[in-house]
Design a protein around this ligand. Structure first.
Ligand code: HEM
Ligand code: HEM
Length: 127
């Protein structure tokens, strides 16, 4: 499940980035795939995370970049939600600067790519 979730996020992110500029009229569809697809992926990843954190003491993993990765995922989902529902926050009069939020959403994505590569390389015993 974690393989499907991570693979989908890693592949669809650049596709989304490219297609939303190439076909601006399809933005709604592309964004729905982004939002719902990534939320399901996040659910899959959370199952892997819970499985690792809940391992018995004798077989406990060495916690490391996996934790950082999970924090990155939570931040991505949080900034993603704020971005998606910016209209609601605006109407409610909540102080919000879309370009700041987008900056965080996109730059945390870079962190995701760097850390996931390290995590996968460690766990397939290349690093
Ligand atoms: C965003 C996605 C992911 C998150 C948040 C995540 C999180 C974690 C966490 C918290 C651990 C416990 C050890 C540590 O902290 O490093 C772990 C272990 C592990 N992860 Fe992931 N992981 C992700 C993706 C993947 C992927 C794509 C693979 C496939 C290669 C993978 C394979 C493993 C394996 C094999 C372990 C066990 C390590 C051991 O026994 O010491 N993970 N992961
Ligand atoms: C979990 C991993 C996620 C990653 C790696 C990610 C990454 C990205 C990237 C790279 C962009 C492109 C920005 C651009 O082209 O200008 C973007 C846009 C966006 N994302 Fe995410 N995102 C994630 C999750 C989410 C979630 C869970 C939501 C909503 C609940 C969300 C909502 C949005 C919105 C609303 C946009 C702006 C689209 C637009 O109006 O052009 N994202 N995301």
């Amino acid at each position: 499940m974690v393989l499907i979730g991570t693979f989908f996020i890693a592949v669809y992110t650049p596709i989304f980035y490219f297609l939303k500029r190439r076909y601006p009229k399809k933005l709604k569809y592309l964004l729905n795939v982004h939002v719902f697809g990534f939320l399901i992926s996040f659910m899959f990843i959370s199952i892997h995370f819970a499985g690792q954190i809940g391992r018995p003491q004798q077989f406990y993993p060495e916690l490391g970049e996996g934790i950082a990765l999970f924090i990155i995922m939570v931040l991505l989902v949080a900034t993603g939600f704020v971005h998606r529902f910016q209209l609601i926050t605006k109407k409610a009069g909540i102080y919000y600067k879309p370009h700041f939020n987008r900056y965080y959403h996109v730059s945390i994505t870079t962190a995701f790519y760097i850390v996931i590569i390290v995590h996968v390389l460690i766990n397939v015993e290349i690093l």
